[in-house]
Design a binder for this molecule. Structure first.
Ligand code: SAH
Ligand code: F3S
Length: 482
């Protein structure tokens, strides 16, 4: 295949490139699929491998080592990665010495089976084993396949400073917890990312300080379930009860961590992702309300509006409890934006259950959302206990219905901003126009406005003149006094 054609086809996943370290001769091509946690993990991997003589490249065909950080959340995500591996196979014909490694959730799920199923793969590394990469690469260089999929009980990468890959230099992700203990019956994450553990607040603060010193303006604290953050000196969340009285008394929960970060860095804007309704405390809401530098936006996955389905999913709240939490959010944090994850066609979902999801959406009117058709994952509790009995056609028609409704609600929400002035952090050039900046307001809504003399990383007050369902369009009035 012609090389330009290959480069063109290559623009698929998030291929990542960082600043180059002098003296490094080997070339690493790394790309990420799936969640932000994967993007952040790829940055950690690049940092580990920079010490092993690797600089990142955006050209797959010149790479000595190709790593793909994978996602298992839905079958489609896995199929996309399998296709990508076929494509690597083609590139290998041009670059025969290239080695290929699979990282992340698919590596953890399939383990050494990967080597049998996909002949192109030399290396399989689970999400907790990236520190072992230098040894594993040595094995591969010696002509052997290498696998490490051992999951850990401790926060694994607390002291690694991620290399900020293809960063805009303005906003960055900082991981605060790993793994998940919730065991939602549909979800593969507890199997691929292991048990939940939190990171030492000191190492979190240190990482944010480094970002601040490098002029970053916004930090998103990341975890599968940030509200369940709990530091008591290390170890799994589930073992907290066995900790000493001193450890318990001095423990830091998510509300305390947020408070600590917001006070320590008053000029940094904070976000957190993902919140879980069952763990979100009123304390957290009060801290969000108290600090101007914590964004007024909460991603609050609901999955379904039917208590019967929520119970089958092992979500630890009812429809009513969720709606009560939403009421509390609006009472405690005025103008707080909310987004959702919703799944259609989970096992046993009837038309009545679906209508309950619709009516919950109508009550909440989310600012936006991420919506999916249920995809059975091997090994999960749902796969073992329930029949995947909603026909694909119905899953899809329900999905189309909720997507259309969400679009209406998003438009309803964006219209509320027209005529108002909002504070925006400039993150980059608008995709549609070189002459416009794009950024987000505190509610996480995208705002686009003419560049004038403003620059990346500025906080600017923008008067909103019009909107689409996803974007606010306006004109800068002045710098904001952030
Ligand atoms: N920790 C988050 C969710 C992580 S997964 C939480 O608290 O909910 C992101 C989203 O993917 C989920 O919220 C869910 O809507 C969707 N998802 C997870 N497993 C899925 C599956 N088997 N099929 C379809 N969607 C799924
Ligand atoms: Fe998955 Fe539920 Fe955890 S959706 S990531 S098991 S909160």
């Amino acid at each position: 295949m012609h090389i330009e054609k290959i480069i063109e086809e290559n623009k698929q996943g998030q291929s990542l490139v960082s600043e180059q370290t002098d003296g490094n001769h080997k070339k690493l091509f790394i790309e990420s699929y799936g969640c932000q946690m994967n993007m952040n993990d790829s940055e950690i991997v690049a940092s580990i491998l920079a010490k092993e003589g690797f600089n990142t490249t955006q050209l797959l065909e010149e790479a000595d080592l190709v790593l793909v950080n994978t996602c298992s959340i839905r079958d489609k995500a896995e199929q996309t990665i399998r296709k990508r591996l076929q494509y690597y196979n083609k590139v290998k014909k041009i670059n025969p010495t290239m080695k290929v490694g699979v990282l992340g959730c698919m590596a953890e799920r399939l383990k050494s089976k990967f080597l049998e199923e996909e002949k192109i793969v030399d290396l399989v590394v689970g999400p907790d084993a990236y520190r072992d990469l230098p040894n594993l690469i040595e094995e591969v260089d010696a002509g052997r396949n290498a696998v490490n999929v051992i999951l850990s009980k401790e926060e694994t990468y607390g002291d690694v400073s991620p290399v900020r890959l293809q960063s805009n230099g303005v906003s960055a992700f900082v991981s605060i917890t790993r793994g998940c203990d919730n065991m939602c019956t549909f979800c593969v994450v507890p199997f691929t990312r292991g048990r939940e553990r939190s990171r030492d607040p000191e190492s979190i603060i240190k990482e944010i300080r480094d970002l601040k010193d490098n002029n970053f303006k916004e930090v998103t604290l990341l975890g599968q379930n940030v509200d369940s953050y709990l530091w008591y000196g290390g170890g799994l969340k589930k073992d907290f009860n066995k900790a000493s009285e001193i450890a318990k008394a001095t423990a830091v929960d998510f509300a305390k961590l947020l408070d600590l970060c917001a006070k320590e860095f008053p000029k940094i804007r904070f976000r957190a992702f993902t919140s879980n309704p069952q763990d979100m405390s009123l304390d957290v809401l009060h801290i969000i309300a108290k600090h101007e530098n914590i964004c007024k936006y909460i991603h609050l996955p609901v999955q379904s509006g039917s208590t019967r389905i929520l119970e089958r999913m092992n979500r630890q709240h009812t429809r009513e409890e969720y709606l009560e939490l939403v009421d509390n959010i609006h009472k405690i944090i005025p103008n707080c934006a909310l987004s959702q994850d919703i799944m259609t066609g989970f096992c046993g979902e009837t038309e009545e259950d679906h209508q309950e999801t619709i009516s919950l959406m109508q009550k909440v009117k989310y600012d936006y959302g991420f919506m999916f058709a249920y995809s059975e994952r091997p090994g999960t509790l749902a796969a073992k206990k329930f029949e995947d009995d909603v026909p694909l056609k119905i899953k899809k028609s329900r999905l189309a219905e909720i997507i259309a409704l969400q679009q209406e609600h998003s438009h309803y929400r964006t219209k509320q901003f027209v005529g108002n002035i909002v504070e925006v952090l400039i993150e980059g050039t608008s995709k549609k126009s070189e002459a416009h900046w794009k950024g987000r307001n505190t509610q996480n809504t995208v705002v686009v406005f003419p560049k004038e003399n403003y620059k990346m990383g500025d906080f600017v007050d923008v008067k909103i003149d019009s909107c689409t369902s996803a974007t606010l369009i306006g004109k800068a009035v002045s710098y904001s006094n952030h």
